[in-house]
Ligand binder design. Structure first.
Ligand code: FRU
Length: 497
């Protein structure tokens, strides 16, 4: 194997070459899901930012398109969003051919180097050919910098409830909300966040949208806020808030506010590798799902991971579901259902009695670098439940539930290449245990270099990457300090040809 082949994921999006970070401007239109991303084609580390572009009909198989936005004399093109301006409120297109309008942050590197604080502002661009090519608006920037150093990552949404365009952007230790009628002129509505949530770093890449509470006709507004550093296990991560929005101001739900304080933030993903994730625009055209994708890396080490010609991949696209559990709101995630179309082989085991280390499946039966695994555990006792992927090179990635001390964990400290950064496997990652002792559902998506674990229908998620010396060969119960039963184990091998 060359490192390229060994480490390029089977079914997670990566650019063919060059550096990638945040997902940007995702929208759905006319049968295609569009994904843009922070992109530097000329190197495998961060640099002058472009927007790369890829499209898919099913969120799983992606085709790279030409670069959508290039840096210009006003600056690098930082993160932002796209909306489909169906009513042509911007006037950039027509009702027959609605424009896609992008808003991004201009990062003026000259001003930054000169020590000024006002180097980030917002610009727009439009496309009349479904995002293939873009024209920057000549009156850019449309939102000037109000003398705030970190002032970026505008995420626009059509607010159907108040019949307005809204936009949220990150402003250091808070988010700012704007409203507009035409996508060109924006008025400040309010801000949120100074007093609540995690603040171990600056806020970045926010998102803000209404969601139905699962199984009801009620809705709440959900805000996502990425933060770097200050994540629950170090480096960058994405927290969320649930509350109400009156068209101007976001007010956090009271119980949720208590949960945030008690749990030091609630996180979309407690693993170390899901950052800057935001949601797709214009999905109502299909089926109203709230679809999300994140950058599957962490600023702590992203620029050092052992790949050469390309760097970083995205998470599996996920559907977000807002659930209410005895008064507590949780934003849960699950892999998009389209992944099921790739199942090539299924192995089922109904009730597996476990009382010692056990190999559940090995490479003679399935390819362990493209799996979708489900199982459940019943009557969890005060014990530790440890699973692993491993190979004969003694690489192992361990994960599971420590019921004794009430946390979920991932331990990649023996997962293969580690030396590229001492921050990569400094500690095991933990998530507070939430769930039902009586029945715990586990779903695991495994690619060559990533594991995404969804506990209890995705109410707790942990995503991490790893770089083994050779492909993983075994999926095992790697420690059993108790007797228990694995129920309804389903091991799906996926195929992507
Ligand atoms: C988040 C981020 C954004 C910024 C972009 C620059 O990862 O720092 O705030 O727009 O990356 O590439």
């Amino acid at each position: 194997y060359t490192e390229e082949e060994l480490y390029r994921p089977n079914f997670h999006f990566t650019p063919k070459k060059g550096w990638m970070n945040d997902p940007n401007g995702m929208f759905y239109y006319n049968g295609y899901y569009h994904l843009f991303y922070q992109y530097y084609p000329d190197s495998n580390v961060w640099g002058p930012m472009h927007w790369g572009h890829a499209i898919s009909t099913d969120l799983i198989t992606w085709t790279e398109k030409p670069i959508a936005l290039y840096p210009d004399e006003k600056g690098y093109i930082f993160s932002g969003s796209v909306v489909v301006d169906v009513k042509n409120s911007s006037g950039f297109g027509s009702l027959k051919n609605p424009p896609m309008v992008a808003m991004f942050t201009y990062h003026d590197i000259k001003k930054e180097k000169a020590g000024e604080t006002n180097f980030q502002s917002q610009g727009i661009a439009y496309s009349l050919n479904e995002g293939l090519s873009w024209t920057k608006y000549d009156a850019n920037p449309i939102i000037k910098n109000p003398n705030i150093k970190d002032f970026r990552d505008p995420k626009m949404t059509w607010d159907a409830i108040h019949q307005q365009w809204i936009m949220i952007l990150a402003a250091g230790d808070k988010a700012m909300f704007y409203g507009s009628k035409n996508l060109k002129e924006w008025a400040l509505l309010s801000d949120f966040g100074k007093e609540i949530g995690a603040h171990g770093g600056v806020w970045e890449c926010p998102d803000f949208f209404p969601m139905l509470v699962d199984g009801t006709d009620d809705y709440k507004w959900v805000m996502l806020s990425s933060i770097n550093p200050g994540g629950p296990n170090g480096g960058s991560a994405t927290q969320y808030f649930v509350g109400d929005f009156d068209g101007k101001k976001f007010t956090i739900d009271e119980t949720f506010s208590k949960d945030v304080k008690q749990q030091k933030g609630l996180w979309i993903d407690y693993g170390r590798d899901n950052y800057a994730g935001v949601t797709w625009a214009n999905i109502s055209e299909v089926d109203g799902r709230k679809l999300f994708i994140g950058w599957m890396s962490n600023w702590d080490y992203a620029q050092k991971v052992p790949t050469e010609t390309w760097r970083s991949s995205m998470t599996i696209p996920r559907e977000l579901v807002l659930v209410k559990d005895s008064g507590h709101y949780i934003v849960s995630s699950k892999p998009v259902k389209e992944l099921q179309n790739y199942i090539a082989k299924t192995i089922k085991k109904e009730s597996l009695k476990i009382d010692k280390e056990t190999v559940l499946v090995d490479k003679t039966v399935v390819d362990l670098s493209k799996l979708d695994i489900h199982f459940s555990l019943k009557n969890l006792k005060k014990d530790v439940y440890t699973f692993s992927f491993s190979n004969d090179a003694k690489n192992t990635i361990q994960f599971g539930i420590n019921k004794k001390e009430n946390y979920f964990f991932i331990d990649r400290s023996k997962s293969g290449k580690l030396a590229f950064s001492n921050l990569f496997a400094k500690n095991i990652s933990k998530a507070p245990f939430k769930g039902d002792f009586d029945k715990m559902d586990v779903r695991i998506i495994v690619d060559k270099t990533s594991i995404e674990i969804f506990y209890n229908n995705g109410k707790t998620v942990m995503t991490e990457i790893f770089f083994p010396d050779k492909p993983m060969e075994y999926f095992s119960v790697s420690k059993a300090n108790t007797e228990y039963t694995i129920e309804n184990l389903i091991i799906n091998q996926l195929n992507f040809n």
